[in-house]
Ligand binder design. Structure first.
Ligand code: NI
Length: 173
């Protein structure tokens, strides 16, 4: 396993529609392992393939937050939302591609998703609370959408300017 560099917004690779994964190959297995290691190292609760520069429809997540609780790593390939509740939830979201910036995003509270697992089989599960928010945030990434696209344009532009500055500083260092 290895930690891969995470792309920082703004980056054209974060704005692209990702392509479906036809089958689980050894390369996909390696990518998923690397993404989990990269996510835990960051640390974060979710990471999508485009964030490590791979234009494919898969993401990893683990929203277990309690100290000492067992990890619950999940790999979702070609995920889709089957049903979403009318009831919504608002969470202050962040993103590993937009470090140290946060904003309130309202999304369906409950979603049922279907995806292909690393076993090549179809899985379906219902997600609630933080898991639902995280799954929808990560699915957005596969469609070239970031959480700041859910915010007002003034806040979005302010955050984007900060990221441009951050990238300039990092390039100089
Ligand atoms: Ni994100």
């Amino acid at each position: 396993m290895s930690i891969r560099p995470i792309l920082i917004h703004p980056d054209p690779r974060l704005k692209k529609q990702c392509t479906p994964v036809p089958e689980v190959t050894a390369d996909i297995g390696k990518l998923a392992e690397d993404m989990l290691e990269t996510m835990y190292d960051a640390p974060g609760v979710g990471l999508a393939a485009p964030q490590v520069g791979v234009n494919k429809r898969l993401f990893v997540m683990d929203c277990v937050k309690e100290d000492g609780a067992e990890q619950r790593p999940m790999v979702l390939i070609n995920p889709e939302i089957i049903t979403a509740s009318e009831e919504t939830n608002t969470y202050e979201e962040g993103c590993l591609s937009i470090p140290e910036q946060f904003g309130d995003v309202t999304r369906p509270k409950l979603v049922t998703m279907r995806w292909m697992g690393l076993d090549g089989k179809t899985h379906e599960d219902e997600f609630d609370e933080l898991w639902a928010t995280c799954a929808q945030h990560e699915l957005d990434h596969l469609n070239g959408k970031l959480f700041i696209d859910h915010l007002g344009s003034i806040k979005r532009q302010m955050i984007t300017r900060k990221m441009v500055k951050l990238k300039r500083e990092r390039a100089r260092a």
